[in-house]
Design a protein around this ligand. Structure first.
Ligand code: 5GP
Length: 345
């Protein structure tokens, strides 16, 4: 069977889909957000990311045109990044806007959730406040079972019922924490807080473990660093609106090189008359203070204090900009001087 949907699709620039070798494929699995096809090569599969969105174990459903494109592209970017940093993942290559080629694996029936901040089911289950920093991060295991609503399981449950072996559990934990470090840093540099995420793992014929499935706003929580705006599936779960826009924003930010990412700075500027220049206003305040019985005051210089917030890709650049601002703000640089403090916020 020829897989026609590939033809006529506006393929992304970095797509390397070669056609013939992967053409004859058959649907082997359809999930809530993806379809999986087998290929001519028994070791490889094709993931098709769908436009459907589901939440609360598929009790809430919708379709948003273009969502599958974002989850595919975002997931491919993260999986490639992890692979480049030495994390084994199932990702082989991006095919086009909705498809990627992956290794065929035997999926371990567990979901691993890593949490950096308290929210979601953790707050519901334990009655703890939302937004608490979790240091070190929490790692939890859930059994992949839709009928049971993916229950939380302990390592003893996993061992007792052979959901995974002890070395596999150790490896999944180790890889999940490494993934957390890599993605948290990468996202932070792009103004995003990685709040929590879910990973799945699979094994190849030799028993090697790989990160499988997807890493996208469907499976992670992303908060804007400064506004805490939700940029993930919580917008759908909680009816916050602008779901697609949030996914697009994540894609826009991760598509940017780090240098182009704007950070936020606060500059506190002081502009005052140079030492030795007569400050008549200062003298007036000085004599008022003396008459108010503060004889210990030696001198008063009146100046301007300005608090400025600005965006800049780096501290160095922000410093350069603020210096230039101060010089431009000086009415007369022969008699005026400036100083400033700069802090990332
Ligand atoms: P929570 O347990 O708070 O609902 O979810 C924790 C994190 O794991 C969230 O980022 C959530 O998106 C992800 N997650 C947990 N279980 C699932 C699941 O069954 N499907 C998807 N797509 N994400 C999940």
């Amino acid at each position: 069977m020829t897989f026609l949907p590939f033809y006529g699709i506006n393929v992304s620039e970095n797509s390397t889909y070669e056609g013939d070798d992967m053409n004859k494929i058959k649907l082997i699995y359809e999930g809530k957000a993806k379809k999986v096809y087998e290929t001519d090569d028994p070791t490889l599969a094709i993931f098709e990311y769908k436009d459907s969105l589901t939440a609360f174990n598929a009790q809430k459903k919708d379709t948003m045109q273009g969502k599958g494109r974002f989850t595919n592209l975002i997931s491919a970017t993260f999986l490639k990044l992890l692979q480049d940093k030495g994390i084994p993942t199932h990702f082989v290559k991006l095919i086009d806007d909705n498809h990627q080629l992956v290794k065929r694996l035997k999926i371990i029936p567990l979901e691993v959730v890593v949490r950096n901040t308290s929210t979601g089911s953790l707050c519901k289950r334990l009655g703890v406040e939302e937004g608490l920093d979790l240091v070190p991060p929490l790692v939890e295991f859930y059994l992949k079972n839709d009928e049971l609503g993916d229950p939380l399981v302990t390592e003893d449950h996993i061992r007792a019922f052979c959901f995974a072996s002890k070395p596999q559990v150790e490896k999944m934990k180790e890889l999940s924490l490494k993934v957390n470090d890599i993605l948290s840093k990468y996202l932070y540099e792009r103004g995003i807080k990685l709040v929590d995420f879910k990973l799945e793992f699979g094994t190849d014929e030799e028993g090697n473990i790989y990160v499988a499935d997807e890493i996208s706003p469907d499976t992670c929580r992303f908060w804007d660093l400064s506004s805490k705006e939700r940029l993930d599936k919580d917008r759908f779960r909680k009816d916050l609106g602008n779901v697609l826009e949030a996914y697009e924003e994540i894609w826009r930010r991760i598509g940017q090189p780090k240098a182009a990412i704007q950070k936020h700075y606060e500059a506190r500027l002081f502009i005052y008359l140079k030492e030795g220049v007569l400050d008549t206003q200062g003298k007036t305040v000085l004599s008022s203070l003396h008459s108010l019985n503060y004889p210990e005051v030696q001198d008063v210089r009146v100046g301007k204090y300005l608090k400025i917030t600005l965006n800049s890709p780096s501290h160095q650049e922000a410093e350069f900009k603020v210096k230039k601002m101060c010089e431009d703000l000086l009415v007369n640089d022969l008699i005026e001087e400036y100083a400033f403090e700069l802090e990332e916020i």
